[in-house]
Ligand binder design. Structure first.
Ligand SMILES: [Cu+2]
Length: 214
């Protein structure tokens, strides 16, 4: 019996450890939007933001003040991406199951005011629909004075092996990244490109080099 009790406890411990999930959220993959824009998360789950062209950010907001940072907000910094998906992702560990609203603070084309926001664990009164409606009347978005803060900006280990079909890809000219919005009105995007192929080649090349060097 003692052994059985121990085994059950061990399995439960493993199960609770293994249940922390990484939740992938694309930023700007489908226009001025987060995809998905509503997720359910547990404490210790990780929100992982993947950035697409042209230049987006993610900031923790609060329901009462759309497009403005919450106290001690996380902020990815602006993440200019010229094509495909950026090779850096921003990870935030969830530390509460209360509703969390997040938005993009890019003011060129008014991303947040236009509805570029999302929610973790909405409830019956704090809904994304209500947040986005209120955001239409918000003043320009703002963000913490520097970023990244409140999360980890890391190189994605999976960007070259993703099997998800990319949206129509665009090629863009962007200015530098940083805590300013780093975005000029002259930034341009054009056409669909073969980003999937080039990412695949880079991945194969990297793998080849790793083998050569090992
Ligand atoms: Cu944006």
């Amino acid at each position: 019996m003692r052994a059985t009790t121990f085994t059950t406890a061990a399995v439960l411990a493993l199960a609770s450890h293994a249940s922390a999930e990484t939740i992938k959220i694309d930023v700007g993959a489908n226009g001025l939007a987060f995809t998905p824009d509503s997720v359910t998360a547990k404490v210790n789950d990780i929100l992982e933001f993947h950035f697409h062209p042209i230049n987006h950010s993610v900031v923790l907001g609060d329901f009462a003040n759309p497009c403005q940072p919450a106290k001690n907000a996380f902020f990815s910094g602006f993440q200019p991406v010229s094509s495909g998906v950026g090779n850096e992702v921003f990870q935030v560990t969830v530390n509460s199951t209360d509703p969390m609203f997040f938005y993009c603070s890019q003011n060129v084309l008014s991303h947040c005011i236009s509805g570029m926001s999302g929610v973790v664990n909405p409830n019956s009164t704090q809904t994304l629909d209500a947040y986005q409606k209120a955001a239409k009347n918000a003043k320009d978005a703002s963000n913490p004075s520097s970023g990244p803060v409140g999360g980890r900006l890391i190189t994605s280990g999976s960007s070259s092996t993703t099997s998800a079909a990319p949206a129509a890809t665009t090629s863009c000219t962007v200015s530098s990244k940083g805590s300013g919005n780093g975005y000029k009105r002259s930034d341009t995007c054009s056409g669909a490109g073969s980003v999937t192929a080039s990412v695949g080649i880079v991945g194969a090349f990297t793998l080849g080099m790793a083998i050569l060097l090992s």
